[in-house]
Design a binder for this molecule. Structure first.
Ligand code: AMO
Length: 432
């Protein structure tokens, strides 16, 4: 079956079988061209009507757009062809005929709404600029994994069906688990921390997280991909260093290995790898700078979370990736270690347009941890499986979680986070 040649590998002088989709047919009278597309690109098939068998010409020219065909023929140089070569066919096989009514135009000549595109993702991903997003996403995951290995991490996979939430009770998806209440996991937070007391010490995971977020915004998903890191004997500043190196590695990988994809997205010229030394602003400096922009109706005070408009105002002011550190303890989760009565070790890493990462040093002292649960209104007993392990030798540790889709969205300047997910889950979308 796969004795075909990819269109990108067809060289003048070769006799090849190329196979893929009918991108378009251009009939100029005595001569006609069929453009065949496969995963590597496109190639021109030439039909000279007077010199070819009528049945062959008919098969080639009557085939509907987006049908799958295979063509065997000789490759010749042709400077006027889009790729500099063309195929003179000896045979054409129609393998899978497409319906004439396409729900979406994969040539991109006719624009489609995002919802139509998501309903017909298979066809949508036939477009070079859409396919490019997912090739870049794959490269980001490869580069990030490699950087984690450089940092001495072991990749782990933790359960997605769990008994308790960690990131606030309202955002959980309940499920039934053999008659018992269970939830889809919001974060691998507790599991990755449990590995700190194991022999692994430094771990990462790239996996799904589930958030029953009410907001239907361009940057929220109900199923997202979290890139999680956790290390023993790290404080929050060392965790931030690791975060910078991972984000930088993702950009470097794309810059080095995705030239063609960046071109398909028309952003090759402006694409830049950040220098990996992101400014670190304290929360206090951040709210002062936001207040100084005068863009909020009410100035922010200590203890407020940063509203979206505040993040945008600060992002414009800073103009690059940056951290916000030293958050008030009261607005960070129970597992974050405090520096004193008011200030935590929690941090966020921001792109000028949105938050990408949350992290911090963790509370590893058993008594403090149990107190933190109570303060947050959580029943420590429900978390016994977690807290118990803090009694048997748990080193100080720190880590973070990075939103995979938001990383891609901000890297490529996409208008909606759903563009970075093949089959997104949001309030309206449960299939495909
Ligand atoms: P947090 O809840 O801030 O932290 O999530 C970390 C990052 O994950 C991404 N993210 C989302 N992306 C799209 N849609 C969503 N609904 C969504 N929710 C989160 C964001 C966010 O910055 N356990 C901590 C991390 C840690 O401390 O290690 C946590 O989950 O980019």
């Amino acid at each position: 079956m796969d004795e075909r040649t990819y269109t990108a590998d067809a060289e003048p002088g070769d006799t090849v079988t190329v196979a893929g989709w009918v991108h378009e047919v251009r009939d100029l009278g005595g001569i006609a061209f069929l453009i065949l597309r496969d995963t590597t690109g496109k190639i021109q098939i030439k039909f000279e009507k007077d010199e070819m068998d009528d049945a062959l010409v008919e098969t080639g020219l009557d085939v509907r757009r987006e049908s799958v065909i295979s063509v065997t023929g000789d490759v010749e140089e042709e400077p006027r062809a889009p790729t500099g070569v063309e195929v003179t066919p000896g045979s054409v096989d129609v393998i899978s005929e497409a319906d004439p009514e396409l729900p979406l135009d994969p040539s991109g000549k006719v624009d489609a709404e995002l919802s139509t595109r998501l309903d017909n993702r298979t066809l949508d991903l036939r477009k070079a600029e859409v396919k490019a997003i997912f090739e870049i996403r794959a490269e980001v995951q490869r580069a990030v994994r490699e950087q984690f290995r450089e940092l001495g991490c072991t990749e782990i996979n933790t359960p997605k069906i769990v008994a308790t939430g960690t990131e606030g009770g309202t955002e959980l998806f309940p499920i039934t688990y053999f008659g018992q209440e269970a939830f889809m996991n919001q974060s691998p937070q507790l599991f990755k921390q449990l590995m700190i007391g194991s022999g692994l010490e430094r771990v990462f995971e790239i996996g799904p997280i589930f958030r029953a977020e009410e907001h239907n915004t361009p940057r929220h998903l109900n199923e997202a991909t979290s890139i999680d890191f956790e290390s023993a004997f790290y404080d929050h500043t060392e965790a931030m260093d690791a975060c910078e190196s991972v984000v930088q590695a993702a950009y470097e990988g794309v810059e080095a290995n995705c030239r063609e994809q960046l071109e398909a997205l028309d952003i090759a010229d402006e694409f830049e790898t950040p220098d990996g030394d992101f400014p670190r602003l304290t929360y206090e400096e951040a709210i002062e700078r936001i207040n100084a922009t005068d863009e909020l109706d009410e100035p922010l005070v200590w203890g407020d979370d940063l509203p979206t408009e505040g993040e945008h105002a600060l992002g414009r002011d800073v103009g690059e990736h940056y951290f916000v550190t030293d958050w008030p303890s009261e607005i960070k989760p129970f597992y974050i270690m405090d520096q004193d009565d008011e200030v935590s070790t929690g941090f966020d890493m921001m792109h000028p347009e949105m938050e990408l990462v949350s992290g911090g040093q963790r509370e590893h002292r058993f008594e403090h941890l149990v107190e933190g649960f109570e303060q947050q209104g959580l029943d420590p007993e429900a978390f016994d499986y977690y807290t118990e392990m803090f009694k048997y030798g748990m080193p100080p540790h720190a880590g973070w979680g990075l939103g995979g889709e938001r990383l891609i969205m901000t890297m490529l300047g996409l208008g909606n986070v759903r563009e970075a997910v093949i089959f997104p889950r949001d309030r309206q979308r449960l299939s495909p």
